[in-house]
Write a protein that binds this ligand. Sequence first.
Ligand code: BTN
Length: 317
Amino acid sequence: MNNKIIQLLKNATTFLSGEEISGHFKISRSAIWKHMQELRRQGYAIEGSPHLGYVLKKVPDKLLPQEIQYQLPTKYIGKEIIYSEKTESTMNVAFQKGMGGAREGLVVIAETQTKGRGRVGREWISPKGKGIYLSMILRPRIAPRDIAKITLLSAVAVCETIRQSTALDAKIKWPNDILVKDKKVAGCLTELSAEMDSVRFVVAGVGINVNTPADKLPAHASSLKIESGKEISRVELTKIFFVSYERWYELMKVKGFLSVMDQWRDLTSTLGRKIRITDQNGSVEGKAVDLDESGGLVIVTDEGDIIHRMSGDVVMI
Ligand code: BTN
């Protein structure tokens, strides 16, 4: 109901009387008053006048479900959102929901995380109300060994979203970093629940430094606001991201992973570069030449050997 009331107030050009609203929804005026109080608690500035009724003055800068879902043109991604002001990690909440049978497309969003995490157990700093911190449930029909495909798909969707909504030349660094001018502005994390040869569900996590100030970011990181010089609407960015994600995900389901890989190749700054890749087995230097069919990185070493890596940290050398 809160959602519907906000939509009605948004579409109104002037005050709407309590009578008009209660007539519209066929609920009592005291029920309307309670909803208005609840919406004010969420941060909406709603002016109320005993004679004129209610008018919406300001929408809060929060990733509220009703804001994101307003005219959201997706079929399933973001159609159900679990929102909180603060959580340990949206990955944990989404994982629990996945275990409980949550549907594909459910998204968990928080304004801040107390234990946000990145790859290989690194911390993901999540300043309140500044970035986008979300995890979504997917149920792709893929084998666990193909999970890297989802990470690459996430990176394509984030990169495309940033390019569409800012004039920034965002690039993907294999496998999951989104860079602007060689500084990390976003990252993707993929976790899964699987049986031997099938994936039960995937949690695709994304963190984007949107309006984060420099003093709240780790070294080598930046935010879209710092790089573009403009405050960016997190709600609009989230909507564009959902649309982009669903489009690539559908394309992957219908046509296979090749189209996603082609787009990834177009958006990456890793291929063709001399790199050092470090994983649990040590470091290798060489030229990053391509992706393999599972999304792994193909490297030609200085000795001329061709090697494949499914994970690791890449530095350009
Ligand atoms: C990385 O670059 O290493 C991945 C970073 C992923 C961060 C996001 S923020 C939302 C979700 N919740 C987490 O704890 N991590 C991911």
